[in-house]
Ligand binder design. Structure first.
Ligand SMILES: Cc1cc2nc3c(=O)[nH]c(=O)nc-3n(C[C@H](O)[C@H](O)[C@H](O)COP(=O)(O)OP(=O)(O)OC[C@H]3O[C@@H](n4cnc5c(N)ncnc54)[C@H](O)[C@@H]3O)c2cc1C
Length: 230
């Protein structure tokens, strides 16, 4: 029997598409197909794990990425196996995870993590239009450090040719989020064991100049001081 779709999800223009493989099953109440939430998670994340099959093997490869509207862009060397497989039409599953807290319950069984994650399914296409390639390169820079594309030397046509950029439409997928306290069994609440959450943050440190940097080049604002990424 095909898996049923979570009943509380209304399909609308702002919903991610859902099929059997992206239907929420366990802990459905933590999931959604809300595209805006998915975009917020994608924009806050840094690393995307790209899963695909190639030659009878399954791979999951961490990669940087950027989003422009409804498209996720990945890039790397033109010999990159992951990107070549995506460009050749492989079905991929791309997941971005934000870790928000460790959740310590009284019982071992109920320990957990607070997280926000998005899982996308689909196929990609090779970006061949130089204008789109340049826009993707700018987005990749901006995703890492907002403002960086104004400073960095942008890719030359030759460098764009040596770079494999793939575009994946943000279409089918799901969001899952856990927040809040541990959920202990009632009979464990009086055990006198500490329970709660340990918040986790991704924090950028102050930029450290490259050893070969000319000392007259000052630290740009986006590398100036520790700041939370979100
Ligand atoms: C945070 C992060 C961001 C990255 N961003 C990018 C990016 O934007 N673009 C890009 O091209 N690459 C990126 N990389 C490197 C990427 O993970 C791959 O190593 C690289 O893209 C080569 O991919 P491939 O498919 O050609 O691997 P292959 O060279 O074909 O991989 C061969 C084997 O090497 C091993 N391997 C490959 N990559 C890794 C890895 N990361 N960790 C452990 N083992 C590995 C695996 O066993 C794999 O089967 C990133 C890595 C990290 C950790």
């Amino acid at each position: 029997m095909p898996p049923e779709r979570a009943p509380d999800v209304e399909a609308n223009d702002r919903a991610l598409r859902s099929t059997g493989r992206s239907s929420l099953r366990r802990k459905r109440e933590r999931g959604s197909f809300d595209r805006t939430t998915a975009e917020e998670i994608l924009d806050e994340g840094i690393v995307c794990h790209v899963g695909f099959s190639d030659g009878g093997n399954t791979f999951v490869v961490p990669m940087a990425y950027a989003r422009i509207d409804d498209t996720l862009y990945l890039h790397g060397a033109s010999a990159n196996r992951t990107l070549r497989a995506v460009a050749a039409g492989a079905q991929i599953c791309a997941t971005v995870t934000l870790l928000d807290a460790l959740v310590l319950a009284r019982s071992a069984f109920h320990h957990s993590v607070n997280y926000r994650s998005v899982t996308l399914f689909g196929t990609g296409r090779r970006v061949t239009d130089p204008a789109e390639g340049l826009a993707a390169s700018v987005a990749l820079l901006e995703h890492i450090a907002p403002g960086r594309s104004r400073d960095a030397r942008l890719p030359t046509p030759a460098e764009l040719v040596a770079t494999l950029i793939v575009a994946v439409r943000i279409d089918e997928g799901s969001v899952k989020i856990r927040t809040g306290d541990p959920i202990d069994d009632a009979e464990d609440l009086d055990l006198g064991i500490w329970a709660g959450i340990i918040p986790l943050e991704t924090v950028a440190g102050r930029g450290q100049p490259a050893a070969d940097l000319d000392g007259s080049v000052t630290l740009p604002p986006y590398a100036e001081r520790p700041q939370r990424r979100r």
